[in-house]
Design a protein around this ligand. Structure first.
Ligand SMILES: C[S@@+](CC[C@H](N)C(=O)[O-])C[C@H]1O[C@@H](n2cnc3c(N)ncnc32)[C@H](O)[C@@H]1O
Length: 193
């Protein structure tokens, strides 16, 4: 079974059930951006963040590898959806205002996502760390858990605006995560001679 097939099954099982609360931190940081910004939610699933952001009047594109999950998000809110692998997102480099990525880890993909941001664009990421294993729920494999202090190095080309790692609690539950808000530097234009 491929990763996508596994996710299709999981989303199929969850079909029609309540979305679950979004991360309060991710929402507050995404809502702090300019309302003009186009936010791309990568690995958006059924829209736990994309749907409330769209409902708050933000321009959102939800990207996921599972079409049925995106169809559910689209059915309940005004957002655009794109069925795509996060490793090969169908956007041009330097064109995206903001990327939100929650509970998805593909180490090779983060560099690719950074290159999609325009100068001054923002990345907002939250995902589980290895400490989550101590709670006995959630992902368990090394592939899906950040090592201690790992996230900043994965976002290295970006300037870190905010970083925290540890146990957090909100309506989405208690969990061990690393969370980062980082910005792509604006390239200075060469001065006219
Ligand atoms: C744990 S869920 C997180 C969903 C959402 N971000 C949230 O916070 O509720 C991980 C999501 O990643 C998606 N996914 C897995 N592999 C992917 C890939 N290669 N490209 C895009 N999405 C992928 C799955 O379909 C699933 O919706």
């Amino acid at each position: 079974m491929t990763d996508r097939e596994r996710w299709e099954t999981r989303h199929g099982d969850a079909h029609g059930t309540p979305l679950g609360a979004p991360s309060a931190w991710v929402m507050s940081r995404a809502l702090s951006l300019s309302a003009r910004d186009l936010i791309v939610d990568v690995a958006a699933g059924r829209g736990r963040h994309a749907v409330p952001l769209a409902r708050a009047g933000r321009r959102v594109v939800a990207v996921d590898i599972v079409a049925s999950a995106l169809a559910e998000a689209r059915a309940v809110s005004q957002l655009d959806v794109v069925v795509a692998d996060a490793a090969t997102p169908p956007f041009r480099d330097g064109t995206i205002d903001a990327i939100v990525c929650v509970n998805f880890l593909d180490r090779d993909t983060f560099m690719r996502l950074s290159s999609l941001l325009r100068g001054g664009g923002t990345m907002i990421i939250e995902t589980f760390t290895v400490a989550q294993r101590t709670l006995g729920r959630g992902p368990t494999s090394d592939a899906h858990l950040l090592r201690r202090d790992e996230l900043p190095s994965l976002l290295a080309p970006l300037a870190m605006l905010e970083y925290r790692e540890g146990l957090v609690r909100d309506d989405a539950g208690e969990r061990y995560v690393a969370r980062a808000m980082a910005m792509k530097e604006v390239k200075a234009k060469p001065r006219a001679q």
